[in-house]
Structure formats: structure tokens, C-alpha cells
Design a protein around this ligand. Structure first.
Ligand code: ASP
Length: 414
């Protein structure tokens, strides 16, 4: 009898974990939104719970990324296969980001959200450019001290180091095996920690949403902020939704997966992305969801950490709409050539943006500079950016998840 129960349990283990969690996450989002809406600033008292969840997630990132990349690349066994996997991934990242910016530009031209917006509301923030030039992008791939990079959570140099390290391991044959085994063990242990932490996700998500709405001053203040910039917010959101559908089609076409089945496994990371506004902090849950969805292992271990750092479709799309909006509000008509420049620079700016809240707002500076718009234009967007940040982060994570499935399918076909 007990054996029967245990085998039944194993068979349904995935669903047993996922269904109650999904249900709890939906309740958390709805009740968090409702509490923040109704009780406003009073909900700031639960902010520490959200902070605890977020910090615990961040605590897992570095060891998880290191173990995931090293085992993923080492399992390829041959540097040429790494070239192929890397090539497919980069092609996916570049093409989907360019599609995202194009959708953003089309939406902004179609809806003209900035036309008629008063510049009287313009505040003058002092945006900092950060790492944004082409050479800075290349330089951000390396770091003088790998331990310091880990301490500062600079993921790109860590990823580059781990890819090179695993490639070196795979040339060592027998000698490299104990090292690979060590990282295999580390990877399994980290995933177990992720499972445990997921039990806290509904509470964390509730607290993050309720306290953030509280900080915005509650429901009425939130609605006032949104309606002040309604056409801009709607343009960004319709662009993001359109891109999400394009990605879903890609998923269906190339990896031949059911979109709903895939979404079922990914609901927790996607809702967490919305609640945290950080693709990096969401990464542990993204990796768990994509694993549960059965995506090809090496592709998943390679594509997701890299994607969380460089593949940001939502951010790229938003930056294109935001820049067009600022130009329209200032009565400047961007020519086709200038819009092509937006296409290229927004792609670069999105690659340069870190997977943390509001990073896209900062890297937008390169797009504004490229087309000669004043940086102060960003002031127009500040009031609603915290909300749009959550929407674009969700699409950033969705882009990584679809990427893992698509790259996995293409890699397997070889
Ligand atoms: N918050 C976004 C992310 O983590 C980046 C951005 O600000 O656009 O993916």
C-alpha cells in the first residue's frame, strides 16, 4: 500500500508541486494588488518580507550560474559544439531583440503616444550613462578579479570565465572529470535550495506587490499616475503583448511545444519577474520552471544565465517606444534614418542593461544621445516607470524561456 502511494506520488510529483504553487501565486498577486490598492501606504509594513524573499533569491544566483554554465558547457564535451550552441543562442538573442524594437517603433508610429503631451510636467533628473558604449560593452565581458565580480554580482564576466573554464575542462579528459562532477553536485544542491525557496514565493510576491503599490500612494494615486500617461503606457503594453505572442509563435513553430503547457511550468517565474522587476533575481526560479518543462539540458543551462544578462526584449521594445514618445512630446519628427539608429542603439542599450530594477531607464541614455534628444526627457517617464519596469521584465524572462526551448530544439536536431 505504502509503495503504491509512493509510486503514485512520484508520478504526479511535478503537478503536485506546481498546481498548488500556481494557485497560491495567483492569489498572492491578486490579494497583494488589492491590499496595496485599498490600504495604500499602510502596506509598506510588509515591504521587509518582500525584501527578504528577494535577497534570498539573489543569494542563490552566483553559485547557481557558475554550476549551471560549467556543467552545461562541459557536457557538450567538444569545443566545436560550444561554438554551435553559442552561435544559435546569439542568433536567437539578436533576432528577437531586433524584432522587439521593430514592434516598439511600429507601435509608437501608429499610436503617436507623445503627440500633445505637455512638457510642463518635465522634471530634470540627472541620468548617469553607466556602461553603454560599444567598447564598454566589450570591456564588461572581463573583470580584473573574478571573486570581486562575484561579490559585485557582475554576471557577464563570471559567465565568460565559466564558459572558458568549462571549455578548458573538456579538453582534459579523465583529469577534468572530478571537477565536473563537483559542479554537477553543486548544481543539484542549488536546485534543491531553489525548490525550498519557492515555497516562500507566494508570500514574497504578495509583500512585494502590496508594498510597492503602497509606496506609489495606493490605488487612486496609482490610477492618476497611469492615466496621466495613459497613451504611452498603453503603447508600451500593447507592444509587449504583441512581442509575447510573436515569441509564443516561435516557440510553437520551432520547438513544437504547447504554449499553455509551457506557460503552466513558467507561471511562477513570470509572476515573480513581474513582482521583483529583476530578471537576475528571478533566474533561479526561471531555471527551475524551464527544467520542469523538460527543455534540453545543455541549452537550458547555457541559455538562461546568459539570457538573463544580455537578452532583454521587453527592455529594448520599451526603450524604443520611450524615445519615440519623448521626441513626439518635444515636437521632433524622427526621420527613418534616425529610427534605424534607434533600432540599433536600443538593441545595444538592452544588452548593456543589467537584470535589475530600472536598469533600462539608465541605458536609454545611449539611445537619446544617438538621436540628439535631451536626457531630461526621461523625467517625463519617471512616474510610471516602476510599473512598466515590471511589465518589461516579465517579457524579458519570457524571451529567455522561449529562447531555451527554441535553442534546445535546434541544438537537439543536430
Ligand atoms: N528590470 C529589467 C530586468 O531586470 C531591466 C530593465 O530595467 O529594463 O530585466
Amino acid at each position: 500500500m505504502s509503495r503504491m502511494i509512493s509510486s503514485k506520488f512520484k508520478a504526479k510529483e511535478g503537478d503536485k508541486r506546481e498546481f498548488p504553487l500556481l494557485f497560491a501565486m495567483i492569489i498572492a498577486i491578486v490579494s497583494g494588488g488589492a491590499s496595496g490598492y485599498i490600504w495604500g501606504e499602510a502596506m509598506i509594513v510588509v515591504a521587509w518580507i518582500g525584501e527578504f524573499f528577494l535577497t534570498a533569491l539573489k543569494m542563490l544566483i552566483v553559485p547557481l550560474v557558475v554550476a549551471s554554465i560549467i556543467t552545461g558547457v562541459a557536457a557538450l564535451g567538444d569545443v566545436r559544439k560550444l561554438g554551435r550552441l553559442g552561435g544559435i543562442s546569439v542568433a536567437y538573442y539578436a533576432s528577437t531583440t531586433l524584432i522587439a524594437v521593430t514592434i516598439g517603433l511600429i507601435m509608437a508610429n501608429l499610436f503617436q503616444p507623445g503627440v500633445g503631451v505637455s512638457l510642463g510636467d518635465l522634471q530634470a533628473p540627472t541620468p548617469k550613462a553607466g556602461d553603454v558604449g560599444i567598447t564598454d560593452l566589450v570591456l564588461s565581458l572581463v573583470h580584473p578579479n573574478i571573486i570581486a565580480a562575484a561579490a559585485e554580482m557582475k554576471l557577464l564576466p563570471i559567465i565568460v570565465f565559466c564558459i572558458a573554464f568549462a571549455a578548458a575542462l573538456s579538453t582534459l579528459g579523465e583529469q577534468g572529470k572530478p571537477v565536473v562532477n563537483f559542479f554537477e553536485g553543486l548544481n543539484h544542491a542549488m536546485m534543491q535550495l531553489v525548490h525550498w525557496l519557492m515555497l516562500l514565493a507566494p508570500l514574497g510576491v504578495f509583500a512585494l506587490i502590496a508594498s510597492r503599490l503602497g509606496m506609489a500612494g495606493g490605488g487612486d494615486a496609482f490610477i492618476a499616475q497611469l492615466s496621466g500617461l495613459a497613451s504611452y503606457v498603453l503603447t508600451v503594453i500593447s507592444g509587449l503583448l504583441t512581442h509575447a505572442v510573436v515569441l509564443a509563435m516561435l516557440l510553437l513553430w520551432i520547438s513544437k511545444r504547447s504554449i499553455l503547457q509551457y506557460l503552466k511550468h513558467l507561471a511562477t517565474p513570470l509572476l515573480t519577474a513581474f513582482s521583483t522587476a529583476s530578471s537576475s533575481a528571478t533566474l533561479p526560479l526561471t531555471m527551475d520552471g524551464v527544467q520542469a518543462a523538460g527543455v534540453q539540458e545543455q541549452a537550458r543551462r547555457f541559455v538562461l544565465p546568459l539570457g538573463a544578462t544580455v537578452n532583454m526584449d521587453g527592455t529594448a521594445l520599451y526603450e524604443a517606444v520611450a524615445v519615440m514618445f519623448i521626441a513626439q512630446a518635444m515636437g521632433i519628427d524622427l526621420t527613418l534614418g534616425q529610427q534605424l539608429l534607434v533600432l540599433l542603439t536600443a538593441t545595444m542599450a538592452a544588452i548593456g542593461a543589467a537584470g535589475i530594477p530600472e536598469a533600462g531607464l539608465v541605458t536609454m541614455v545611449i539611445v537619446l544621445e544617438a538621436v540628439g534628444l535631451p536626457l531630461e526627457g526621461i523625467g517625463l517617464l519617471l512616474a510610471v516607470d516602476w510599473f512598466l519596469d515590471r511589465c518589461r521584465t516579465t517579457i524579458n524572462v519570457w524571451g529567455d524561456c522561449v529562447g531555451a526551448a527554441v535553442v534546445g530544439a535546434l541544438h537537439r536536431e543536430k
